[in-house]
Design a protein around this ligand. Sequence first.
Ligand SMILES: [Zn+2]
Length: 269
Amino acid sequence: MVRALALILFLAAPSVVLAAELPIFDAHIHYSHDAWDLLNPQEAVAILRKAGLKGPLVSSSSDEGTQRLYAAAPDLVVPELRPYRRRGDLSTWLRDDTVIPYLEERLAKYKYVAIGEFHVYGADAELRVMRRVVELAKQHGLLLHLHGDADALERVFRQDPGARILWAHSGFESPSRVRDLMRKYRTLWADLAVRSDQASGDKVTPEWRETFLEFPDRFMVGTDTFTPERWHYIPEHASFSRAWLADLPKDVAERIAYRNGEALLRTLK
Ligand SMILES: [Zn+2]
C-alpha cells in the first residue's frame, strides 16, 4: 500500500512541478512562410506547449501561417493579422495600396484580436494605408500592434483617440519614456520582446521596477521569432522571463507573465 502510494506520488510529480511553473503569454510570435518550411504546424505547436505558454499572439507574412497554426491549436493560438504577404513587405507596405483589399478580405473571412505587427515611423503614420489600418482596427474592435517610434504612436492616437495600441518592444524606449506615454494614453500597452535591459541578471532595474509597479496591467513579454531559427528559442525565452519576473511582487509578475495577455488578447473579433 505504502509502496503503491509512493509510486502514485512519483508518477504525479512531474505534472505537479509543471503546474507550479509560471505560465507565460508570449505576445510576439511570427510564423512566416520560411518558418513553415522549418517547422510544420504540429511541430510548432509542440514547441509552444513545451515552453509552458498559456497563449502566443501569432502573426505571419502571409496570414496563411497564422491560420495554419490556429487550426492546429485553436485553444492556444491567438491570431493577429499582419499586413505583410512576404518577408520583404515591411519596408514597402505603407506605399502599397494593395495592402488594403488584402486586409479587408482577411478580416471578412477570419477572426483576430489585433492588426500587426507592422512597422511605421514618424510622419509615415499619416500615409493613406496607415490611416485605413487605423480605421479598420476601430471598425472591427481590434488592437494595433505597432513597431515604431513615439512620434508614429502619437500620430495614430491623434487619428483615433480611442485606439488600443500594443507597442512592440516598448518602442525600444527608456522605461521613463514608456511610463510618460502610458500616463498620457490609457489604452497603450507594451510588449518587452527583444529587450533584456529590464533586468540585470535576475534583478529588475530600479527604473523598470517603478514603471512595472505603476502600470502592472500594461506590459507583456514576447520572444519575437523574427527569423525561423528563433522558434527554438521560445522555451528558453519563457525561462528567461520567469527568472526576472520572480524578482517582482507575485501579483505583478503574474500579470506581466500571462494575465494581461489573457485579459486583453483572448477575445477574437
Ligand atoms: Zn516582430
